[in-house]
Design a protein around this ligand. Structure first.
Ligand SMILES: [Mn+2]
Length: 448
């Protein structure tokens, strides 16, 4: 049965900071997800909506967080699945209404079956509704219908909301900056993912299947009461040149690199690590040449993660090293300026085609607008933000639109760490996962 992952104070603090941004006489409606059918009568593993997790830590399906303000006073409630012996025999125990009201950070709890009635009643005294739409159609309909005159005459008061808005922007801004408790949680998530990668590195040997490496990593998550935060990518050889490769069904041959992009979730908080290593424990000369460029680019990107720098600083720093490297390898035959292009859109993008950083938190590609005011270089980095740095180089041997010296063809390398921005400089939350050539090779030398 679910239990609450943070202190009650942590949630109350989040709720009151959120509420302080809203006008008086408002109502907030945040539904979570319902179960999702996988096949016939079986479901996908359930995962709650991140806004619900953020505001009150409620983990189970078919619940709604509601808060409303009447003349300056906020009341919070949680609508949950009520106890139901018959359903619980099949689906598992429920927290239930009473337990929810005692142990979760809300003033009141109700059965989800009462929600229409209670919301309709309270809407009469509300001017503005803030609802996350698309999760609960019935509630969307109730709210939008309450805007119409027909509904107002039906409830005989003539009163009711004048506006319906999406509160996600306000919550996203809050979620961008992590609290102390959130940082601790994400450090645990990063430590666990680092360990899983180390386990995979030390279990590697020529002839191993991509799926076997996947199972070592995910098995480590499961054995630590965790789970994946996104589908694990395990690409041997040139499968590493497919950015979101997910088949994980090929054997990895002697002499090949393997790229593993995998992270876990702890109480909803994601880690996201990529490492690339030689399956036989020894980098070749050509692999070293490419690896050193990506590693230098990654370190340059991390060093740019400084309070006061714009969001794109890490991308620009990494891109510069990648472009220089491509010239050094003889793959690009032009000046650094030409390789980078005017808006970092030059020919280096043929080999490094994705972004360098994304925000990380309750979602692996976490919320938050990176240029809220249209800033060309993105918003300014602030203390408490957590983002990834993950440059790569991909020399796909199956592409016909580029030409690669044959000695590099089929090499794909990405290195990714999770970075906390602090006043004292970047903190690498995934620093326990080795990434230098010397560290990886000596770790692999310890294999039995
Ligand atoms: Mn990532």
């Amino acid at each position: 049965m679910a239990s609450i992952p943070f202190s009650i104070e942590e949630y109350i603090n989040r709720q009151s900071r959120f509420h302080s941004k809203l006008p008086e006489n408002s109502m907030v409606i945040i539904p979570t997800n319902s179960n999702c059918i996988r096949s016939n009568d079986t479901n996908y593993p359930f995962r709650g909506n991140s806004y619900m997790l953020y505001l009150c830590g409620w983990y189970d399906p078919d619940a709604v967080f509601v808060s409303h303000n009447i003349d300056g006073h906020w009341t919070t409630s949680l609508f949950v699945q009520p106890s139901d012996t018959k359903a619980e025999i099949w689906e598992g125990r429920r927290v239930g209404v009473e337990n929810a009201s005692i142990n979760w950070p809300v003033d009141e709890a109700y059965s989800i079956t009462e929600i229409d009635h209670i919301i309709l009643k309270n809407l009469e005294n509300i001017n503005n509704v803030f609802i996350i739409q698309g999760l609960n159609k019935q509630l969307d309909d109730i709210v939008f219908e309450s805007l119409t005159n027909k509904s107002r005459s039906r409830n005989k008061t003539g009163k009711g909301p004048r506006s319906v808005s999406d509160p996600s922007y306000l919550l996203d801004e809050m979620r961008l900056i992590k609290s102390k408790e959130e940082i601790n949680k994400m450090q645990i998530s990063c430590n666990l993912a680092s360990k899983a990668h180390i386990k995979a590195i030390t279990s590697s040997k020529p002839g191993i299947g991509e799926w076997e490496i996947q199972s070592i990593i995910e098995g480590h998550f499961i054995s630590n009461l965790s789970e994946i935060s996104y589908s694990s990518i395990v690409g041997g050889g040139s499968n590493a040149t497919v950015l979101h490769y997910g088949d994980n069904n090929c054997v990895i041959n002697d002499g090949d690199l393997v790229l593993v992009d995998a992270g876990c979730e702890i109480d909803g908080y994601a880690s996201d690590i990529t490492r690339t290593w030689p399956i036989n424990g020894k980098f070749t000369k050509e692999q070293i040449e490419v690896y050193e460029i990506v590693l230098e680019a990654e370190i340059a990107g991390i060093n740019a993660c400084v309070v006061g720098n714009p969001w794109l600083s890490s991308h620009h720093a990494s891109s510069k090293v990648i472009a220089e490297g491509l010239i050094k390898l003889g793959i690009l035959n032009c000046s650094l300026e030409e390789a980078l292009g005017q808006d970092y859109d030059g020919p280096y993008r043929n080999f490094f085609m994705h972004g360098t950083s994304h925000s990380l938190g309750l979602d692996v590609h976490d919320v938050g607008v990176t240029s809220p005011n249209g800033e060309k270089e993105g918003r300014i980095l602030e203390d408490g933000m957590i983002l990834t740095v993950e440059p790569g180089l991909y020399f796909a041997d199956w592409r016909t639109d580029i030409s690669i010296p044959s000695k590099y063809a089929g090499i794909g390398i990405r290195i990714e760490d999770d970075i906390l921005i602090t006043k004292d400089g970047p903190v690498i939350l995934t620093s326990s996962c080795p990434k230098s050539i010397i560290e990886i090779e000596s770790l692999m030398n310890t294999r039995g």
